[in-house]
Write a protein that binds this ligand. Structure first.
Ligand SMILES: NC(=O)c1ccc[n+]([C@@H]2O[C@H](COP(=O)([O-])OP(=O)(O)OC[C@H]3O[C@@H](n4cnc5c(N)ncnc54)[C@H](O)[C@@H]3O)[C@@H](O)[C@H]2O)c1
Ligand SMILES: O=C(O)C[C@H](O)C(=O)O
Ligand SMILES: [Mg+2]
Length: 434
């Protein structure tokens, strides 16, 4: 099933004789919906009740699907439509949990007082032991001020929390790291740096997330300098790592030699500038960039890149196009060149849908759901924590990108994020280069 934007759970009642579920499935399919899971809730003598998960492109298509089912008649009834995504978020996605069971008084005295005091004394005598006797070495703060939440913009840290909880869930699921969202109610770089430094003693690493440019550059630079634990702004370097991996495989698949290729980057914010820097470091000779902001373009000049004024010019010249503007539909179909590679990475909606780009002649096209920093940040932090690294260096990031490219199946641009091998491979590569 292709990635769709809307997921709904439909409660449908059908008469209990063969062929009725088929009618419902046909109605959904004829309106362009995809069926996910089907769960039978109740089988009665006269009728059967089922939960049917449906995936659609947009609200309009969903309405057509619902109308199609309602029109079936003959005892087929649509009882309820619920939003699976909202339902899944009820109560939040994460929680803090004890690793030790507390059943007996002995457990209590071991886990808590008075036993715990001995552990405190040990750490007080030798602070290095905190790594061994606490959760610090396996815990990463996921810090945001809520100013660049996906492409939704400055919606504040609380509205952005579902993204941070999502990153925590991924860290847990893929590499067993505890991610703790930290929401900052300030946008002042000085205050942000001070706050993160003040809470840093409880963490093995700091993942900065969805902080808008240009403040993100200063905040990250200072924290890297002033803290001796790994600090990484995911939207910059996590994205750059995964994009480099996709560009490497795209180059191989499309027979383009990266050393001679022109890569065009649209959007020179947090993600875009880091992508340009990473590609230039990797040896791509010609990186051209476009942004509506002159200040953003100046930042690319400062690192030796070339800028163009119009998106059309960039689209005309580039063999590989990467876009990270947050603007859905920014790339027009008629700008796509035959054989081009297009990575439209903005979430939640890309600058051009991959199937539209391919129809317009692109050799390879992907969006931010598949080329996503999720392929990088879990393994990068796992590797850095395993190595007790104090910094995440450029070599570690390039090694991560190469590891991702090497895990990619033939014909794909990047590996599937649910493939545990990729996160392990990234962790190993990063640890080796730490
Ligand atoms: N797929 C991924 O893994 C991934 C990772 C990071 C960011 N992103 C996406 O990239 C987008 C940007 O994120 P960011 O953190 O870099 O934000 P940002 O705000 O730092 O940067 C966005 C840049 O795009 C520029 N821009 C906006 N509209 C433009 C237009 N019409 N023409 C040219 N330039 C334009 C802005 O001036 C800015 O410099 C978001 O949608 C985010 O979801 C995707
Ligand atoms: O959160 C994601 O899915 C990727 C990225 O960090 C983004 O901001 O879009
Ligand atoms: Mg992000």
């Amino acid at each position: 099933m292709a990635d769709r934007n809307i997921i709904r759970s439909l409660v449908v009642e059908t008469p209990s004789f063969p062929g009725n579920l088929g009618k419902v499935a046909t109605a959904i399919g004829l309106s362009g919906g995809d069926i996910g899971d089907i769960e039978t809730v109740k089988v009665g003598v006269a009728s059967t009740l089922r939960n049917i998960t449906v995936h659609c492109d947009d609200e309009e298509q969903l309405e057509q699907v619902l109308d199609g089912i309602r029109r079936l008649g003959d005892g087929i009834r649509l009882h309820a439509v619920s939003d699976d995504v909202l339902r899944a978020h009820e109560g939040g996605k994460i929680r803090m949990k004890s690793r030790l069971d507390i059943r007996s008084l002995a457990d209590l005295r071991r886990v808590y007082t008075p036993g715990v005091a001995d552990v405190c004394r040990e750490i007080h005598k030798d602070p290095e032991k905190a790594r061994h006797y606490t959760s610090i070495a396996n815990t990463v703060a996921i810090v945001t001020d809520g100013t660049a939440i996906l492409g939704l913009g400055d919606i504040g840290p609380v509205a952005g929390l579902p993204v941070m909880e999502g990153k925590a869930a991924l860290l847990d699921r893929f590499v067993g790291i505890s991610g703790i969202p930290i929401l900052l109610s300030t946008q002042d770089p000085e205050e942000m740096v001070r706050t993160v430094k003040n809470i840093a003693p409880g963490f093995g690493g700091i993942l900065l997330e969805d902080i808008s440019s240009p403040r993100c550059f200063e905040v990250e630079e200072r924290l890297k300098r002033e803290l001796d634990i790994p600090v990484m702004h995911d939207d910059q370097h996590g994205t750059a790592v995964v994009t480099l991996a996709a560009v490497i495989t795209a180059g191989q698949n499309a027979g383009v030699n990266l050393k001679n290729a022109v890569v065009g980057q649209i959007g020179l914010g947090a993600a875009g500038l880091a992508i340009c820097r990473m590609l230039m470091d990797y040896g791509v000779k010609q990186v051209i960039g476009a942004d509506k902001s002159t200040k953003a373009k100046e930042r690319l000049w400062n690192i030796g890149g070339e800028t163009v004024d119009g998106l059309e010019e960039l689209m005309e010249r580039a063999d590989i196009v990467v876009a990270t503007t947050g603007v859905s539909g920014l790339i027009r179909e008629e700008w796509v060149q035959k054989g081009q590679v297009i990575l439209a990475l903005s979430n939640p909606k890309p600058e051009i849908e991959p199937d539209v780009a391919r129809r317009a002649g692109a050799a390879y096209a992907a969006d931010g759901r598949s080329v996503n920093n999720l392929l990088g940040f879990p393994g990068i932090f796992r590797g850095a924590l395993n190595a007790h690294a104090k910094k995440i260096t450029r070599q570690m990031l390039v090694a991560a990108a190469i590891a991702i490219a090497e895990c990619t199946k033939e014909g794909d641009l990047v590996p599937h994020p649910l493939d545990p091998k990729v996160h392990q491979a990234v962790a190993r590569a990063v640890e080796k280069h730490a």
